[in-house]
Ligand binder design. Structure first.
Ligand code: SAJ
Length: 401
């Protein structure tokens, strides 16, 4: 079996490596020369448990990293699909460009699988016309990914997957390639259903988190412990409320629901409200910080430290991170930037960022825990003597949301 994976980001790279490690002959393509040269030099491009080990297996399996698009009969496109801020609709430009490039080099009868998350109907509206214009005989499919950063290696192998295609025989062919490594159930359906089910999954999670966040605000007003309330409610066999937090980040849950809002503004009311609740959490965190500062007569934001810059624990991804959202909110309010520290981030990406935990602790009187990295969980005693606002429920005897 052969496959060409296009776009070696958070999804494309592990997928390419997984296939190559399981006997598929893989060409792994990215137009970014820096990424390719890094991979060719034996270095992975982001941190994920088990990724380096998988990388070695893929190299042993003969994976080929390249900038150009080779002739193949099986392509997987895993490029970014941002949303357009003004319209809330999906921006499928990268997918369309990748398909255009594939159409110039692919073999007749090739299968082009789009893995990138797209709004329902995107393939019909934006990809098919490109194929028709090129007058090439190719088959389209959609195989949205489901893996969660932090547990990618396990989930790539064990999660169930969905494959949407126009003809069952194409779906079977795609299934055969994914079955090289995927032990989960592979469900075949049509393209629109596959597009919709992916967006629906992430929207479900966003709505559930919004419920937890709204409960946090209600409980705060009434002086109740939201974590205890949720813990008890979840004892009900059909209740499973998620956890409140400082906001929802990452490139999936904070983005995909917008695709439905953008396409169905009159219908997607609940989805819109959930997005608003979650995106207003940084404002709520700021209010909590200010209340606690007042209680302790802290007037200088330079004495406040934000722990965590990534969008969630133990990843090095800062896309749409609640901390960055909070810093934006602070800037809007004209607040001097507090000290920021994240053990997972080596580069300087914000002002007043320090790179040493001791430095961080020495500079601040108050610590706002925005991400529950294992690094902190393993040494919570280091926070002793600090005023702590814990938005992730990992510390005892601290202020909470
Ligand atoms: N969060 C909370 N409370 C919770 C759970 C999460 O505030 O109880 C926050 C996190 O801190 C983070 C954000 O939500 O800021 C999203 O994190 P996440 O761990 O829920 O999800 P992602 O974005 O890392 O991955 C999601 C997953 N989707 C679902 O669980 C339905 C993953 O399976 C998808 O593959 C991924 O989106 C994707 O790429 O679409």
């Amino acid at each position: 079996m052969e496959a060409c994976i296009i776009g070696l980001g958070y999804i494309g790279l592990p997928t390419a490596l997984m296939m190559a490690a399981h006997g598929v002959k893989v060409d792994a393509v990215d137009y970014n020369k820096e990424i390719i040269s890094r991979l060719q030099n034996g270095k992975v491009t982001f941190e994920e448990v088990g990724l380096e080990e998988l990388f070695k297996q893929a190299v042993d399996g003969g994976i080929n990293f390249r900038n150009d698009y080779p002739a193949h009969d099986f392509y997987v496109i895993a490029v970014p699909t941002p949303y357009i801020e003004a319209t809330k609709k999906v921006d499928a430009t990268y997918v369309v460009r990748a398909v255009e490039s594939v159409l110039k080099c692919c073999k007749d009868g090739a299968i082009i699988v789009v893995e990138s998350t797209i709004a329902p109907g995107t393939i019909d509206r934006e990809v098919r016309p490109v194929v028709e214009k090129a007058r090439r005989k190719v088959y389209l499919a959609h195989a949205p990914e489901r893996i969660i950063p932090g547990n990618m290696m396990y989930e790539l192998v064990h999660n169930s997957r969905t494959i949407g295609s126009d003809e069952a025989v194409v779906g079977e062919k795609v299934k055969e390639v994914y079955s090289s490594f995927c032990k989960g159930e592979i469900v075949l359906t049509d393209i629109r259903t596959a597009e919709m089910s992916k967006v629906v999954e992430n929207t479900f999670r966003d709505i559930n988190i919004a419920y937890a966040n709204e409960l946090a605000k209600i409980c705060r007003q009434n002086g109740m412990d939201v974590y205890e309330v949720i813990r008890i409610a979840n004892k009900h066999p059909r209740v499973n409320i998620l956890q409140p937090g400082p906001g929802v980040g990452g490139h999936c849950i904070s983005v995909d629901p917008w695709f439905l809002v953008g396409d169905y503004p009159e219908l997607a009311k609940l989805i819109y409200q959930a997005r608003m609740v979650n995106s207003q959490m940084p404002e709520f965190v700021l209010e909590r910080i200010e209340t606690i500062m007042k209680e302790h007569d802290i007037i200088d934001f330079g004495k406040v430290g934000l722990y965590g810059l990534t969008y969630k624990e133990d990843v090095d991804d800062v896309r749409e991170s609640p901390t960055l959202q909070l810093l934006d909110v602070m800037k809007k309010h004209g607040i001097f930037q507090p000290v920021v520290y994240d053990p997972m981030i080596e580069k300087n990406i914000v002002e007043n960022q320090v790179h040493d935990f001791n430095d961080f602790l020495n500079q601040v009187d108050m610590v706002v825990v925005l991400v529950g990295h294992t690094q902190l969980k393993e040494q919570l005693d280091r926070l002793q003597g600090k005023i702590v606002l814990d938005t992730r429920c990992i510390c005892k005897d601290s202020y909470t949301l």
